[in-house]
Design a protein around this ligand. Sequence first.
Ligand code: 8YV
Length: 326
Amino acid sequence: SQKKPLVIVTRKLPDAIETRMMELFDTRLNLDDKPMSKTELMEAVKVADVLVPTVTDRIDAGILSQANPDLRLIASFGTGVDHIDLAAARQRGITVCNTPGVLTEDTADMTMALMLAVPRRLTEGERKLREGDWSGWSPTHMLGHRIWGKRLGIIGMGRIGTAVARRAKAFGLSIHYHNRRRVHESVEQELEATYWESLDQMLARMDIISVNCPHTPATYHLLSARRLKLMQPTSYIVNTSRGEVIDENALTRMLRAGDIAGAGLDVFEHEPAVNPKLIEMDNVVLLPHMGSATIEGRVDMGEKVLINIKTFVDGHAPPDRVLPDL
Ligand code: 8YV
């Protein structure tokens, strides 16, 4: 029988996934779950036939230039592929896969959690209570803003954006969106969604903005200082996609100046570093990239990775192929 392909996994995955991976392939696991250093990554691509990286591994052109010719597949554990230099992978003819779909609902739930938490001052209130700073109910204590009846502008109406829209509609928000193209008429009708071709115009008219687009060269700092200034001072922003889509320094300055009312951020431009000025603020809710962090979701993601590798190794096009493009 053929030699089993060497699969190198960069981070600790759910036990059930690791067990199955070991059964199917010649697998090298990362048991201590520290992110691999650049040197370790280079050593990995020098010998691997298949690499299973995560968002914390920067697979840039430099790393890929060290890859052995047998590295044919990068089966990423996660949906976003911005940590992989796709142009360099394309040039080397490497197939790239991700794990879309299985983390859509969990990420949409976390987006709603932030959308509720910021205007209703949820974590701020909880912090006060824990600190003993609560002398009892009062009609004017801890007032936030209601979200029902408000306008939500979704940037990026893909799987996650649409799942956010469904939830938000049920919470009584009106749905607006900006996307490269309009979504299907039936989806617009179901959501009673308004399409904005101009992101600038949408930003100026929304009460809450939710960022749900991927980070690509085209969306880097999509929310630039100029665009953030278009937002109302009473408006909120939520980001569960990628920190790089927002100019974080500009956002921080605007939050401090009161030019934006608050922000719910699950992702940051220089993760895991977070601007210390954000940490001082009460009108922001900050989460450590937990959008898809459910036990069930991680197993689903792992199963997708297994299927992608198995299909590829058996000589077929894997289902969640990002490269080669169709
Ligand atoms: C994952 C994510 O946890 O899938 C993504 O794009 O950002 C996260 O939900 C991460 O990518 C795992 O690699």
